[in-house]
Design a binder for this molecule. Structure first.
Ligand code: NAD
Length: 177
């Protein structure tokens, strides 16, 4: 029988516990998951501090932490394109074939629904705290961000001095103020 594959696309800036809960849930429903690292071209910005490669490391190690069999996932960085109307085709070109799109993002759901894909909305896990925005806010304020992310994300930030990167990026030049 053909494998059932689902896709989850996210900026993962950074990978946090909400992403991992969603992935665990999806793996209960499909044989394989395609994890799209969205906005792969962006890095070194306050909203998008980490490179696609850094996000791949966070995700790969975080999946290892929860003992996901590597034969069950594909991690694929994908750049944004200027044309929403053909974005679903762009994603399709980059990924193994999939039939189910998992997303809570209204634009993502709309674009794939128009192409005839089955859309499933995963339940929200503590969305107030488990969001990239909250993790980045806590990093900048020296609050406890580690409790919101897998150990893999904390380890990678340490390796690349990611806390200082984010803090440096948040400093506005006089000319920007
Ligand atoms: P995200 O990292 O915020 O979230 C990824 C997924 O995880 C989403 O489906 C979200 O609903 C889910 N999620 C996050 N936290 C959760 C929690 N606590 N509980 C349950 N689910 C949770 O990323 P995103 O903003 O949804 O990423 C979409 C990507 O697609 C972006 O990179 C965007 O640029 C890209 N995109 C590109 C185009 C284009 O290029 N034209 C068009 C549409 C989308």
């Amino acid at each position: 029988m053909d494998k059932v594959r689902g896709i989850l696309i996210g900026r993962m800036q950074p990978v946090h516990n909400g992403h991992m809960e969603v992935i665990k849930r999806i793996l209960e429903e499909v044989d394989e998951i395609v994890i799209g690292i969205g906005s792969a071209q962006l890095s070194h910005e306050v909203k998008d501090p980490f490179t696609a490669g850094e996000r791949v490391v966070m995700m790969t190690q975080a999946l290892a932490e929860i003992d996901v069999d590597p034969s069950r996932y594909y991690i694929i960085p994908m750049q944004d394109i200027n044309f929403n109307a053909i974005w679903a085709s762009h994603v399709k070109m980059l990924t193994p074939p999939f039939s189910i799109v998992y997303s809570g993002n209204p634009l993502v759901k709309q674009l794939f629904a128009e192409e005839g894909y089955e859309i499933r909305q995963p339940p929200l896990y503590d969305r107030i705290n488990l969001s990239g925005t909250e993790v980045r806010r806590r990093i900048l304020k020296d609050e406890n961000w580690q409790e919101l992310v897998p150990k893999a994300t904390a380890d990678l930030l340490k390796e690349i001095d990611g806390v200082n990167r984010l803090k440096n990026l948040s400093v506005k030049e006089i000319s920007d103020i």
